[in-house]
Ligand binder design. Structure first.
Ligand code: GDP
Ligand code: IMO
Ligand code: MG
Length: 426
């Protein structure tokens, strides 16, 4: 059996959590492959709204195993809060959750370094979630990090103190004042909880599962345009959010990947700093933000909004080898007519249809095509056959441009508000 990968094609918050939850009954294992508590994956069902940060979005299904892969960075403080919230809802986390020994641990000083670095950047700040993601991945690649496996060893405290000492030196450089003891009690309580969970060598578990015919879905965080290599650097996150990230973040070989499911919104959003070619600064942008309730699931920050950007979407399709698309939040555009779609850019005065290296607004202007809006509430639609013809045209236009089929159209945040096109067969 081969694994499927599900990931975001824009700047994150495409609705990955919702789709993973919807698809989970078709899988035995859901495995997160990168990112950490910077992510906020929202699930809604039976009137409950739940936001997950580190824990895979299959956790609400009793027959599915959820794995936090080696590519993920875990903050024991956030992790404990997530687990406590799930336990309150009666979720049997203990039996459904496995954690990779190789996943790296976010220390309180990683969070402080993230904050200090952002403050020092002033106007140039990344707009980081300040969850310690960048500094933790820096320690990972710098070969200084602490892994979940280290929590179990007798020299954990020595390693912790050594790393904190190094961080304290760096924080001096930033002239950043803090009281570490304020954070340490929660950190060590989180570490103790982590140690009670099932910690495994997940690369072996995953490959054995594939060999024995189990179905695995790899869940991405963030989005392709936030990828450390292919995103709008330096306004990116610090991990590989793309399909290749599922290989390194779980230990799945490239030839063991089958479907690559790309999630995108019917429009675009971005939270944090950095270029965003189709961003709307007018009342239309405000109207999308309101209709889509576009406020960050992790930080509550208002998300920047704009029209769908096809050159960017095509770039993401290319980088990830997307085999099928899922379009989210079609309902949000129900009061917009016309709907604009960016098909090209004017780049240095020349018309291009691809995403170039530099997408700064001084160089790059979007060129739009107008499509007819559907002007119909979609929230209670039960079947794809009932969608308005204008929406079907919108879908077919995107399929033609990307050359990839759109298999799911989402028309609301709830599990049930999900319309399948050409029935997905897993
Ligand atoms: P993720 O990070 O990709 O999992 O996405 P987020 O959870 O951060 O953001 C997506 C938001 O849109 C959440 O509040 C979801 O509940 C919501 N959502 C998902 N799909 C739809 C949809 O089709 N329509 C509407 N209106 N909301 C949706
Ligand atoms: P999910 O998984 C949207 C953004 C931040 C910032 C940049 C770097 O919910 O889609 P970081 O904290 O990683 O150093 O921030 O990336 N960002 C996200 N934006 N959704 C996310 O995750 C994000 N995770 C990070 O806003 O611009
Ligand atoms: Mg999110």
């Amino acid at each position: 059996m081969k694994a499927d990968v599900l990931l975001g094609l824009q700047w994150g918050d495409e609705g990955k959590g919702k789709v993973v939850d919807v698809l989970t009954p078709k899988y035995d294992i859901i495995a997160r492959f990168q990112g950490g508590p910077n992510a906020g994956h929202t699930l809604e069902f039976d009137g409950i709204k739940h936001v997950l940060h580190t824990i895979p979005s299959g956790i609400f299904h009793s027959n599915t195993i959820n794995i936090v892969g080696n590519g993920v960075v875990i903050d024991p403080v956030v992790f404990k809060k997530e687990i406590d919230a799930l336990k309150k809802l009666g979720v049997d986390v203990q039996s459904r959750l496995l954690i990779s020994k190789r996943a790296h641990v976010i220390l309180p000083t990683h969070r402080l370094l993230d904050k200090a670095s952002e403050e020092a950047k002033g106007k140039e700040k990344i707009g980081s979630t300040q969850k310690g993601i960048g500094p933790t991945y820096m320690d990972k690649t710098g070969r200084n990090g602490i892994r979940v496996g280290d929590l179990l060893s007798t020299d954990f405290e020595i390693k912790y103190k050594q790393l904190v000492k190094k961080h304290a030196e760096l924080l001096k450089f930033f002239e950043f004042s803090y009281t570490l003891s304020e954070y340490e009690a929660d950190f060590f309580a989180g570490v103790e909880l982590l140690k009670t969970l099932t910690i495994i060598e997940s690369e072996h578990y995953i490959n054995q599962a594939l060999q024995s015919g189990k179905k695995i879905l790899a869940e991405g965080a963030q989005g392709t345009l936030l990828d450390i290599d292919f995103g709008s650097y330096p306004f990116v996150t610090s991990s590989n959010t793309i399909t290749a990230g599922a290989c390194t973040g779980l230990g799945i070989a490239p030839n063991k990947i089958e479907r690559v499911i790309g999630i995108f919104k019917a429009y675009c959003t971005r939270v944090g700093s950095g270029p965003f070619p189709t961003e709307l600064f007018d009342e239309t942008g405000e109207k999308i933000r309101k209709a889509g309730n576009e406020f960050g699931s992790t930080t509550g920050r208002p998300r920047r909004c704009g029209w769908l950007d096809l050159p960017a979407l095509k770039y993401s399709v290319m980088i990830n080898g997307v085999t099928e698309l899922m379009m989210m939040k079609a309902d949000v555009l129900c009061n917009f007519d016309p709907i604009l779609v960016c098909t090209h850019y004017l780049y240095n005065g020349e018309k291009i249809d691809f995403l170039p290296y530099n997408i700064s607004p001084e160089l790059l202007k979007p060129v739009y095509t107008e499509l007819k809006g559907w002007k119909k509430d979609l929230c209670s639609l039960q079947s794809i056959n009932d969608i308005p013809s204008e929406l079907e045209n919108y879908i077919e236009f995107i399929e033609k441009e990307t050359q990839i089929p759109i298999r799911i159209v989402s028309v609301g945040p709830d599990r049930t508000q999900t319309l399948e096109r050409n029935a997905v067969t897993v």
